[in-house]
Design a protein around this ligand. Sequence first.
Ligand code: MCA
Ligand code: AMP
Length: 492
Amino acid sequence: MSLLPLFDVSLISRAGQSAVTCDRVGGGVVDFTFGELELRSNQLAHALRARGLQRGDRLAFFLQNRLEVIDLWLAGVKLGLIIVPVNVLYRERELTHILADAAPTAVVTSGDLAGFIPPGVAIWDVDALAVAASAQASTRWAVPADADTPMALIYTSGTTGASKGAVLTQGNFATNGLTLVTAWAITSADRYLAALPLFHVHGLANGLHGWLFSGCHLRLFERFEHAKAAQWFDEYRPTLFFGVPAMFIRMLELPPEVARAIGGRLRLAVSGSAPLPADIHEKFRQLYGSVILERYGMTETLMNVGNPYAGERRPGTVGLPLAHVAVRICDEAETLVPPGTTGEVWVKGPNVCAGYWRRPEATAAAWRDGWFRTGDIGVCAPDGYITLQGRRSDLIISGGFNIYPREIEELLLERPGVREATVIGVADPVRGEVPVAYVAVDAAQFDEAATVAYLRSQLASFKQPKGFVRVDALPRTALGKVQKRLLPAWPG
Ligand code: MCA
Ligand code: AMP
């Protein structure tokens, strides 16, 4: 199953219907029909071909949410390109790694972000590309594709610290989108407020495809801004909202009468990407009168498990396996465990990616007999509801963005005067967790301010340690492994 026939339900069959509203540069909003999106992406496909792009070539984008990201995705499907979405918050270290690994023909970016792209990488300005596209023919150009055609390389942090590109196929996105549209009863009558970044799978695989497959209406925002949420929800009146827990926590700050009015119109609010605390689920229900549907996914697998649309949405759980997804819980010996027993979550299905880009060893390590080992620890209740309890790795999730401590630790150890360094996640009321660094330093040489400035230049803002705790030495096992649970409590 390839993507274009599924998009055509909207691009062709609903050509005259209003598809999307976005902010206009300089103020106001602008609307596009599905037919206009079809023509824009045809023109862009011609412009990209004119620049030499062919089936299988990689094309990265480093952009905030804007209509041109949708144009790129559609043109990418038509040309059989492999699109590489890159988080706009990434800085030198992350960008250098991803762009060297994916080796895209170019990175499409905007003037305000271009300065972060490392030297030696071709940069295509998004506005100049749009101008070039507008001069092209609007006839459709589409190469043959099927379920196995690679569609995207999406980087996800590995336990080694260096992120790996998950090779997601057209079939992965098609299965995931169809599953969600069916499971969540998304129809052309829905109004979807999109504030999740399109460079991660929550906004891209679920949001964009839920919209295109159902032909509902999309209101695209550049990014989530909690101070504007009340106004956005009031003006747009969405029936559908997807968010990370930090967004729902921010939304608890709205006045009760405003929240109740929003909740009265909201048919479905979906949370994912990080654990939604059960008390937030309950507070949201009380304030908005809307029961959040929590679901669980990964970049490598798209969506795996979700609470039912019709049925009990059980707080603190991620629900039941989605259609076509097989889920099992296994112990350390890789044996299936009975309900009620904790183990690692394994998944199998047409939603699971084709492997890691040019990393056969990492691929071999993550798959067992066709099952993908998620690294998430969970337990399945006798009635099938799955609860996630933690992770095999020390991944930190902050505001829905992933942080691997090792990546920060490696940079800290490069700094003058740092003898030992380790990073842990500490609880944060809005973002869930934030990173904190524990360092053993030679005080005469260690300059904390310079270290903070260095980390800012190298890594995304959400990876910056919230604080530094100085210790004489890190607690270690006899074999030298840092024992994070024995660190002194974070005083902040
Ligand atoms: C966040 N920041 C941004 C952006 N997003 N800056 C520029 N552009 C953005 N798009 C920065 C801010 O500058 C600030 O940096 C910090 O993040 C927090 O921003 P703030 O406005 O205070 O927001 P908040 O109220 O704390 O909420 C943060 C957020 C953000 C908007 C919820 O964390 C977010 O968009 N999260 C979504 C992540 C996501 O889509 N994850 C899906 C991964 P500073 O700290 O320097 O001031 S896919 C996944 O996990 C799987 C597959 C799944 O299951 O979905
Ligand atoms: P990523 O590498 O960005 O795709 O992040 C995937 C990880 O996010 C998963 O392996 C989980 O650890 C976590 N995650 C996603 N959804 C949930 C959820 N609803 N509850 C808890 N953790 C989640």
